[in-house]
Design a protein. Structure first.
Length: 355
């Protein structure tokens, strides 16, 4: 990248050098003639070349660079006119001075022609305009490249930030599941339950899923399988006090980000509370057609449930992941009424979004 930039600069310097060599040759032809001495021609050419170069450089430093990046185009036009008028004024004064210094019958014609306004406007200002136009184009291209580079770096930084944030969010989720599942197994071991080995196997499948299979997108059926493992563990934990229903209606398979649906299920058991009859009700329903429609209802106490904060975990975490990974293609709605908490997550496919 650095070598390409240096090469581009040397090309610009080379073209600009050729331009000023051409300008010098132009002045020699413009102010010289067969009747004009080489001394007079060379003096006119060098002085007017210096005026042109100074005006172009001043214009670039004090007109183009301050105003072009800031898009102050009106100031750019006005100050450009000032530079051209100044160049014309300097040429007029110097022509008059040279007229006096070099007046003779031999070079009178060239001096008289140099005093002609057509020669003055067509001489220095032609070269100044060309130099200004060249520097303007180069500066515009440089600004465009800088903008593209800045935009690219900003996009890369944004994507990197998203990557880091997603990894952080996932690292928060996984220990959360593990903590709750181990508590359940601990309770079973105290009771010396015969279901302990089966629950350990189900937990093992979940850990395998979270540690090795959830780095990218996963199939929806795999996420559902882990929900079944998780709810099976909870059935053992709660026993008869848990009324669980799980309805599935699949018309199409999808790939989704891992641990999204599982987070909602885990949240239902974490914040859910038994009804007056001592029953914890959890109703899960998922439908897939053109969209993924996941709905979960669990009994709770709406007076003290925290549906949006859970120590940096839970639904806040899930909402942040949905924004990062799906943007406006995902919609999570929550509601708590009549001692029931309802969460509904709808994820649109890309094809469905385009329609």
């Amino acid at each position: 990248m650095l070598a390409t930039t240096d090469k581009r600069k040397w090309i610009v310097y080379g073209v600009f050098t050729l331009y000023w060599l051409f300008a010098f040759y132009f002045f020699k032809l413009f102010y010289g003639s067969s009747q004009t001495s080489k001394n007079v021609t060379l003096t006119f050419s060098i002085i007017f070349l210096f005026i042109s170069f100074a005006c172009v450089d001043i214009h670039h430093r004090f007109v183009t660079k301050p105003n072009l990046p800031a898009r102050r185009y009106f100031r750019f036009v006005i100050f450009s006119l000032y530079v051209f008028v100044t160049a014309f004024w300097l040429e007029s004064i110097l022509t008059f001075i040279l007229h006096i210094l070099f007046w003779s019958f031999d070079n009178a014609r060239i001096v008289e022609e140099s005093n002609d306004i057509r020669f003055q406007v067509g001489g220095v200002n032609m070269i100044v305009f060309g130099g200004v136009a060249f520097r303007f184009v180069v500066e515009t291209l440089n600004l465009q490249r800088q903008k593209e580079k800045t935009d690219k770096l900003a996009m890369e930084a944004h994507l990197k930030l998203k990557e880091v944030e997603l990894e952080l969010l996932k690292s928060q989720v996984n220990p959360h599941f593990l903590f709750n599942a181990l508590n359940c197994i601990y309770g079973l071991s105290l009771e010396k339950s015969e279901q302990t080995p089966k629950v350990i196997m189900q937990l093992s499948e979940m850990l395998d899923y979270m540690l090795y299979k959830s780095n990218g997108e996963v199939l929806l059926c795999d996420e559902i399988k882990q929900i079944e493992n998780y709810t099976a563990i909870q059935k053992v934990r709660f026993g008869e006090s848990l009324h669980l229903t799980f309805r599935k209606e699949f018309r199409q398979e999808f790939s989704i980000a891992p641990l999204l649906l599982l987070t909602l299920v885990e949240n239902a058991f974490k914040h859910g509370k038994p009804s007056k009859e001592g029953i914890l009700k959890v109703d899960i329903e998922i439908k897939t057609d053109a969209i993924i429609d996941f709905k979960l209802i669990n009994s709770c106490s709406c007076d003290d449930i925290e549906v949006s904060t859970s120590g940096g975990l839970g639904l806040d975490n899930l909402n942040r992941r949905l924004v990062l990974q799906y943007g406006n293609r995902a919609d999570l709605q929550t509601n708590c009424s009549d001692n029931f908490f309802e969460a509904r997550l709808i994820i649109k496919t890309i094809d469905n979004e385009e329609e």
